[in-house]
Design a protein around this ligand. Structure first.
Ligand SMILES: Nc1ncnc2c1ncn2[C@@H]1O[C@H](COP(=O)(O)OP(=O)(O)OP(=O)(O)O)[C@@H](O)[C@H]1O
Ligand SMILES: Nc1ncnc2c1ncn2[C@@H]1O[C@H](COP(=O)(O)OP(=O)(O)OP(=O)(O)O)[C@@H](O)[C@H]1O
Ligand SMILES: [Mg+2]
Ligand SMILES: [Mg+2]
Lengths: 244, 244
């Protein structure tokens, strides 16, 4: 039984790509066959797992390629996703293009995880219509709170208008800094609104998580015992347990 | 002589809004009449300077409102900017809507500074076609390097295809952490490519900059002697000197 996760949040820089890369790597380490779909024209996930290998996009002829992380493949991206988005927004069934593509890939993988750009446009729309669940990274900082209602309303509209099956799997709190009251205040505010749906382990701010991508590695391969790695290991376990 | 700055970068979370809010506040403190334009559907700048006051958008009936920062007004935003963007993308001269609006506002201000969403869609396009210069915040982390070429190519296309006057005023390095080699490596890489155009003072990572917005304040009012405040004071001085 394959599970498809969309990792989306229109707030920028909250740790979407970092969550996709490291949850994928830990799930692969745990024996799952994992496919990462880079659905962001910035192609940051591609620069970690398949630098220079993106010739097309998931909406075109791009096939999955193996990565150097155990059990992880990626469907790389290029900036051409910007043109794909413009084209899809003008087609009747353009919002279901990614779902059609992913339905054909499901049989080969246990987990498919989609990285999204920081918008509420056609690319995240495609991801939410293709996914079984939304995994929502939220930075523990003030601006991060603002957009949550917008995003959950966007998802609800897709469920009502376009028959999306996707529901909120959970919130991953990111860049949590024990020393700063702001982190605790924002985490408490999010837990007040979303309670059970917040994964218990916040991801700490850890420079190893920011350094790993410059080596083309997940945190598993770059520094597996770092605080960031240990937190992503626990969160991945909670995610996989939640998918049973 | 009014100057219009667009603050844009499709990489998310690099400090666009933080730069808009704090450069505006220091320029106001220095005696300039400053207008902030919130051109981002997330409306983060609005939540700092005019929480709850956005009823329309700059593309509709929204007029500038005073803020509690000396010399600073804001044209607030709502999520309706998403609808504006869809509508503008279908109109022939939709890309010049913001320029028309700002040209009518220029006589009342010395400096107009536009906050943009983390995309290369119609809203940043409008800002770059309305602005005299691009102020480019770049986080000193690995992913931040990837998108620079895309953004500068986007600006160049607008100059060639749409007659944009906007040029790159300079790069503000943000979230610089003295202790981490990654910050130094990325800063060196950016300076290698853009040399003279990088403002000499990087903005340090400083929790006061992240805390100030939760009090509805710029860093000038929240913690004017913090490392983040001192750096934004120096960068604002460099920006204003560059505009002469
Ligand atoms: N827990 C963490 N500790 C320290 N740095 C982090 C952490 N998580 C992410 N980062 C760094 O913060 C920056 C933003 O993270 P990332 O790029 O994953 O966010 P994003 O939501 O994918 O951004 P975008 O909105 O542009 O797609 C990156 O430089 C990343 O390496
Ligand atoms: N120098 C800094 N030190 C510490 N925190 C910072 C700094 N600059 C910005 N921040 C915080 O980092 C987060 C991202 O900054 P900000 O929201 O200004 O970026 P942005 O580029 O406007 O994001 P978006 O792409 O979503 O519009 C915010 O929580 C902000 O308070
Ligand atoms: Mg990303
Ligand atoms: Mg912003």
């Amino acid at each position: 039984m394959t599970t498809v996760l969309a990792v989306s949040n229109q707030k920028g820089g909250v740790g979407k790509t970092t969550t996709v890369v490291n949850v994928a790597a830990f799930a692969g380490l745990a024996g799952k066959r994992v496919l990462v779909i880079d659905n962001d024209p910035q192609a940051n996930a591609t620069s970690v797992f398949a630098a220079g290998q993106g010739t097309g996009t998931v909406y075109g002829s791009q096939e999955p390629v193996a990565t150097s992380e155990e059990g992880v493949w990626i469907c790389p991206a290029t900036a051409d996703l910007i043109d794909d988005e413009r084209r899809l927004s003008k087609q009747d069934a353009g919002r279901f293009a990614l779902r059609r593509r992913i339905d054909a890939l499901r049989p080969s993988f246990d987990l498919i995880i989609i990285d999204c750009p920081p918008t509420l446009n056609y690319l995240p729309m495609n991801a939410l219509l293709a996914a079984d669940h939304l995994l929502l990274p939220v930075q523990t900082e003030y601006f991060a709170l603002e957009g949550l209602t917008q995003l959950l309303a966007f998802l609800e509209d897709l469920r009502v208008d376009s028959g999306a099956q996707c529901d909120l799997l959970g919130v991953v709190l990111t860049m949590f800094d024990q020393r700063h009251p702001l982190s605790h205040q924002v985490a408490a505010e999010i837990t007040k609104h979303l309670g059970q749906r917040v994964f218990t382990t916040p991801i700490p701010r850890d420079v190893a998580l920011a350094a790993a991508p410059s080596h083309g590695q997940s945190i598993v391969r770059y520094d597996p015992l770092s605080p960031g790695a240990l937190a992503y290991a626990v969160v991945t376990k909670e995610i996989l347990r939640g998918l049973k």
